[in-house]
Design a protein around this ligand. Structure first.
Ligand code: NDP
Length: 245
C-alpha cells in the first residue's frame, strides 16, 4: 500500500471522479475526508466504502463557491483526521454556452468553484502540509484542446489551473511538497455521461475510441499522491485516451 497513514481531503467526492479518488486513496491506506454540496446520502455511501477499507472517513457539506466553507472544510479535516498530507481539489462544475449567451451568474459560478476554490483550499492547506505533502488538482484536457464553441468559460477556468499549479510548485518545492494537475479527458460521470449530447464527438476525438472510467483518473491521482511520484511537481498529467494527441 502506497499511502499508509496519510490523511487526505478530496473535494466534491460524493459522486463521479471524486468518489473514485476517495476510495482509491483509502484502498492505498489513507484516511479520507470528503466534501459535497448536496448529495448527503451519496456522500455517506462513500464514507462507508472508505471505512470498509479500515480507514477513517468524514463527509463535510461545503459549497466550493463559498470561501468560508472551503476554508472550514480544510480545518475540519485536520481536526477529524489529526492533520493533512494530501489535498485533492476535485469539485468542479460544467456550464455550457457560447460567450454571447452565458449569464454572469454562470461565469461567476464556474470561476468560483473551478478556480477560486482550489486556490483557497490550497492556501488553507499550507499551514498543515509538511514534507512529502501533496496538492493535486483536477483540471481538464480542455485546457489543451477546446473541441466546441460552448466551452470557452469552462475551458478557461481549467486552463487557469495549469499556471497556478506551476507557480505553487515553485513556492512549495523547497518544503518537498509537490503540486500537480491531473487533466481528465472524457470520463463517464453525471457531468459527462456516455449518453450525453456531446458523447459522440468526444468519443470520436480520442485515440482509443472510447470514454474513460472514473478509476482511470483515480489511479493517476493515487500515483501522484504516493512517494513514487516524489520528483514530479508542477506537472499536468493528461489522462484522456489520446484526445489531445
Ligand atoms: P460530477 O458532476 O459527476 O460530480 C461532481 C462532484 O462535485 C459531486 O460530488 C458534487 O457534489 C461535487 N460538487 C459540485 N459542485 C460543488 C460545489 N459547489 N461544492 C462542493 N462540491 C461540489 O463531476 P465529475 O466527477 O465528472 O467531475 C469531477 C472533476 O473532474 C471536475 O473538476 C470536472 O470539471 C473534472 N473533469 C471531468 C471530466 C469528465 O469527463 N467527467 C472531464 C474533465 C474534467 P454533489 O453530489 O453534492 O452535487
Amino acid at each position: 500500500m502506497m499511502l499508509t497513514g496519510k490523511r487526505a481531503l478530496v473535494t466534491g467526492a460524493s459522486r463521479g471522479i471524486g468518489a473514485s479518488i476517495a476510495k482509491a486513496l483509502a484502498a492505498e491506506g489513507a484516511d479520507v475526508a470528503i466534501t459535497y454540496e448536496k448529495s448527503a446520502e451519496r456522500a455517506a455511501e462513500v464514507v462507508r466504502a472508505i471505512e470498509a477499507h479500515g480507514r477513517r472517513a468524514v463527509a463535510i457539506q461545503a459549497d466550493s463557491a463559498d470561501v468560508t466553507a472551503v476554508q472550514a472544510s480544510v480545518e475540519r479535516t485536520v481536526a477529524k483526521l489529526g492533520g493533512l498530507d494530501i489535498l485533492v481539489n476535485n469539485a468542479g462544475i460544467l456550464r455550457v454556452a457560447e460567450l454571447k449567451d452565458i449569464s454572469l451568474e454562470d461565469i461567476d459560478a464556474i470561476l468560483n468553484v473551478n478556480v477560486r476554490a482550489p486556490i483557497v483550499a490550497s492556501k488553507a492547506a499550507l499551514a498543515h502540509l509538511t514534507k512529502g505533502g501533496r496538492i493535486i488538482t483536477i483540471g481538464s484536457f480542455f485546457a489543451d484542446r477546446v473541441p466546441a464553441s460552448v466551452l470557452s468559460v469552462y475551458a478557461g477556468s481549467k486552463s487557469a489551473l495549469v499556471a497556478f499549479t506551476k507557480g505553487l510548485a515553485r513556492e512549495l518545492g523547497p518544503k518537498e511538497i509537490t503540486v500537480n494537475l491531473v487533466q481528465p479527458g472524457s470520463i463517464d460521470t453525471d457531468m459527462n455521461p456516455t449518453n450525453g449530447p456531446f458523447a459522440g464527438t468526444l468519443q470520436q476525438i480520442t485515440a482509443l475510441g472510447r470514454y474513460g472510467a472514473v478509476e482511470d483518473i483515480a489511479n493517476a491521482v493515487a500515483f501522484l499522491a504516493s512517494a513514487k511520484a516524489q520528483y514530479i511537481t508542477g506537472s499536468a498529467l493528461t489522462v484522456d485516451g489520446g484526445a489531445i494527441a
